[in-house]
Design a protein around this ligand. Sequence first.
Ligand code: LLP
Length: 419
Amino acid sequence: MDHFTRRDGVLHAEDVPLTRIAEEVGTPVYVYSQATLSRHARVFREALAILPDVHCAFAVKSNPNLAVLRVLRAEGFGADVVSAGEMRRALAAGMAAGDIVFSGVGKTDDELAEALDAGIGQFNLESEEEGEALAKIAAARGVKAQCALRVNPDVEAGTHEKISTGKAENKFGVPYDRAAAIFDRLAGRDGLAMRALAVHIGSQLASLDPLEAAFARMGALMEAIRAEGHAVTHMDLGGGVGVPYREGERFPSPQDYAAMVARVTKDWGVRLMFEPGRVISGNSGVLVTRVVRVKQGVSHPFVVVDAAMNDLARPAMYDAWHDFVAVTDRGDTMVANIVGPICESSDTFAMGRDIAAVETGDLAAFRTAGAYGATMANTYNSRPLVPEVLVSGDRYAVVADRIEPAEILAAERVPDWLA
Ligand code: LLP
């Protein structure tokens, strides 16, 4: 459920017509609904309340906007971060350092040191080598870093290949068969307090079965590690629950997910940690765009919009589907190819799509753009960096400015030898 609804034929974010935001802020523009974010966060946490001891860390990568993080902090979420940049955002949003989990295969020594000094709650180590590096940095400071070992369970997630992370050939975590030995060796290092295992097999999962299989494998590994005399007090089950992108699609509910987790983890006796991203932020945002022109095509007309693959990369990168809806419904339909202005064929949002009829100058919205939308935007073709707006009831605020090409140009230099 979200708070993007049509009133008098005009699509609104809560009580604000998207036409008003488009006129006042310009397009393309991401628009988030605070009520939707809060609702998704609450529904997720309430579903998990059937579990004895839970920590929810929002996957910042899905939507790192400061205002968004602020909303999630108020809902009791910590953060799952994958860079010093994301960590600084979570801290700037007021999240307690102890509620932050630091994941990622390539944390540099500088990032590890910064996170340690900030008092980050848990490092999810993705390799023995990373563990050794962190142990040195922590021991030099006379502290112990709280750590989880991320394990690659070699489970097929059944999602798009580019967002699968839990097969043996993927770069994430340590191989399942070597995990117990690595855990044992790292537990012997001065600077490390090994307390947990972590797993994340992929994103936009449509079925709970691969998650259940992965969690069951993690439970067995946890038992083996305990049998060696180690205390495992936390288990991090990652994120990955998918969301509907198309009208009518069905996905597992947070309640189904929680029931599955409760079943698999019932005897674990640990604090369970979760890293949801898309399920919280995905349907909380839309990308509002204006039709630049409708151009005749061979089979279908091309609807050329002012948003492009630099603003919303998912269709170009993962062949992802985003519903495209007219902001003001003309009551007619058409079949069209929806494309952006960038000079690449992959700058295509949809081919031969049945849509509400649009004409030059009309406004439209790509739905389910709150996750992995603005955060993956860039300035390719010297386009501006897309702005973001947060709506709450009948108010809205620009929560990220449009960064104009001139500002980016101002950060570039011509060296003396070319002057
Ligand atoms: N935890 C870890 C360790 C992750 O790598 C991810 C996502 C998450 C949690 C959050 O997963 P979620 O609950 O959002 O599925 N750009 C792609 C998605 C990449 C996901 C990367 N990792 C897309 O647009 O579909």
